[in-house]
Design a protein around this ligand. Structure first.
Ligand SMILES: [Zn+2]
Length: 450
């Protein structure tokens, strides 16, 4: 048991700041394992054996709703990359060369490095979208092991695509199904895995009708949602209308691929007529402001009309507060109507996504994510923050946009266990970084030869 004593609790949605209070979180193996068992005052007498932790502020952990751990070793890449005139060339010149060069040891190093960085940034749930066409079988289990070594939660899938031939597409579907069954078997035997499975597709323009139908069938048979890029670049939206005579969302809807567990990556080029079916389905749209800016794919004037916007990094650094700030600032620059508080709601909404996949982790708890209440998952961040202006419920988004940053993170807890405590990671961060540098060099060499 861990007892956080006398801290003010920051709630993101609705934004609120509590008076000093105690929060008791159960460790693995105890009653209520992995959840918050009680909040209130004077809990020290009730839990005399608990580890006592003091600090300034406690908040729910952060959720990254869309990333690519396979790109973690691209940082500072020294490979001869042809200049690209557009997004499709960028995929061919860089990202598809990178994913073809991945083998399982490189993937393991990349996933560990990405998960470690996320944990240090207070990200307790990380939703990954994986591609690696030369090493598909078993890849999601390699990524899962990295999540478990670092100790964070996530939802994993393989980006099924036709771009490497139909056998490659079938291998992608197989890996998604295999992994969903692996998780189901664990749950059936009473274990509570930190990760769940989604069904992955790369993007509308690389997934033909046969593969889209197979993805829909995989969703139905596993009870999972589709995680796919749609309308990241204008090319994807144009291709859908040109080849299939339908907008992307209508095409996904017709195939049976929209639903409350579906995650659409980017959606920069979705049009007015796609908002209705998207919002009615309950699907999430993962907005990745920094990546969209870096790839110069444009900005959606409709973002504020999407019901379930969540925030992701798309493989940029794992810092979700930085992502939140870019999202808010880029939106202000576009002249859109949202304020930082609206993006705080988007950041918090990643918890609803986690609940739809992983809700009710213990029989006694509500299974809520993103709440510091009894029964919610004990995914928490302890902040050292000494602001120069008053911090109150009404200005939390302002402090996040203009002050609070990941350098204020002191400790991070996932499912009742510290993954970072007093700024010291519980995992071997130095070994993870050393392994990543070694495998990064090998990855770059393999890319250079491709
Ligand atoms: Zn992406």
């Amino acid at each position: 048991m861990t007892l956080f004593e006398g801290l003010r609790v920051i709630s993101f949605e609705p934004p609120a700041l509590s008076e000093p209070m105690d929060v008791a979180a159960a460790s693995p193996g105890e009653a209520g394992a992995g959840t918050i068992v009680e909040t209130g005052l004077g809990l020290a007498a009730k839990y005399p054996g608990a580890k006592r932790v003091r600090g300034a502020y406690l908040s729910p952990g952060l959720v990254c709703a869309h990333t690519h751990l396979y790109s973690a070793l691209a940082r500072g890449m020294m490979v001869d990359i042809l200049p690209s005139k557009d997004f499709a060339q960028q995929l061919r010149h860089l990202w598809w060369r990178l994913d073809r060069a991945l083998d399982l040891p490189i993937l393991e190093a990349s996933a560990l490095a990405g998960c470690a960085e996320a944990a240090l940034c207070g990200v307790t749930s990380l939703v990954d979208h994986h591609a690696g066409p030369e090493a598909i079988d078993g890849s999601l289990t390699v990524i899962r092991q990295a999540y478990e070594e670092v100790g964070i939660r996530g939802i994993l899938c393989y980006e099924t695509t036709d771009r490497n031939g139909m056998e490659g597409a079938r291998a992608g579907i197989r890996e998604n199904l295999r992994f969903a069954r692996e998780i189901d078997a664990d749950r059936a035997s009473g274990r509570r895995p930190l990760v769940d499975a989604a069904i992955g597709g790369h993007a509308g323009f690389t997934v033909g009708e046969e593969t889209l139908a197979s993805l829909a069938e995989a969703m139905r048979s596993t009870g999972r949602g589709l995680h796919i890029h749609a309308g990241e670049d204008k090319f994807d939206a144009v291709d859908s209308r040109y080849r299939y005579g339908q907008d992307l969302v209508q095409r996904l809807e017709a195939a049976g691929c929209l639903g409350p567990k579906t995650i659409i990556g980017h959606g920069v080029w979705l049009t007015e007529s796609e908002l209705g079916p998207l919002n009615a389905s309950g699907a999430f749209l993962a907005h990745n402001a920094r990546s969209n800016m870096n790839n110069a794919v444009g900005y959606s004037a409709l973002l504020h009309r999407v019901a379930n916007v969540v925030l992701g990094t798309d493989g940029m650094s794992a810092d979700m507060l930085e992502e939140f700030r870019f999202a808010a600032f880029r939106h202000r620059e576009s002249g859109g109507p949202w304020w930082p508080g609206d993006f705080l709601r988007c950041l918090d909404r990643g918890n609803r996504l986690m609940e739809r996949y992983m809700g009710a982790p213990v029989a006694s708890g509500s299974g809520a994510f993103g709440r510091v209440i009894a029964g919610a998952v004990a995914d928490l961040v302890l902040w050292d923050y000494d602001p120069p202006t008053p911090l109150v419920g009404g200005n939390i988004a302002g402090h996040l946009a203009f002050g609070l940053s990941s350098r204020s993170i002191r400790s991070v807890m996932v499912a009742g266990s510290f993954v970072v405590e007093d700024r010291v990671p519980a995992f071997d961060a130095e070994a993870i970084a050393a392994k990543a540098r070694k495998e990064a060099s090998r990855l770059w060499e393999r890319m250079e030869r491709s």
